[in-house]
Design a binder for this molecule. Structure first.
Ligand code: HEC
Length: 104
């Protein structure tokens, strides 16, 4: 009976986490391509179309990459930096890593 209750709790919390979205590649792509991260109508894709200049990003340490991303958000998009461990930042990093060239 106890185990049943624990299983039910786990299922429920998984459902809640799902409802909130969580980090995902799709979310990262959307953030990369729309202008919501900034205030000047630009998006990451304006300057990095198709991942231009980001081929090396996947080789950086994640905390360093998050810093660079926040610099681009602040300076290039005139936006507010993201919390490095937020779902939005984690999604963005996930998407950046998908640009890695072969062999990295
Ligand atoms: C106004 C143009 C512009 C916008 C908009 C922009 N960037 Fe950049 N970004 C640059 C430039 C210029 C560099 C420096 C390129 C270099 O030094 O090779 C750079 C560098 C980077 C790097 C480091 C790449 C490397 O290999 O050193 C990352 C990662 C990055 N940008 C991510 C982003 C993300 C994510 C966004 C959206 C939140 C974004 N950028 C928006 C212009 C921009």
């Amino acid at each position: 009976m106890k185990i049943m209750a624990i299983c039910l709790l786990l299922l429920l919390s998984a459902a809640v986490a799902n409802a909130e979205g969580g980090p995902s590649l799709e979310r990262g792509k959307a953030l990369f391509e729309n202008d919501k991260l900034g205030s000047n109508g630009k998006s990451c894709a304006t300057c990095h179309p198709g991942g231009k200049r980001l081929e090396w990003a996947a080789t950086f340490e994640e905390s360093r990459l998050a810093n660079i991303v926040n610099k681009c958000i602040e300076q290039s998009l005139k936006g507010k930096p993201l919390d490095p461990v937020s779902d939005d930042m984690r999604s963005l990093l996930m998407y950046l890593k998908s640009f890695a060239g072969p062999g990295y």
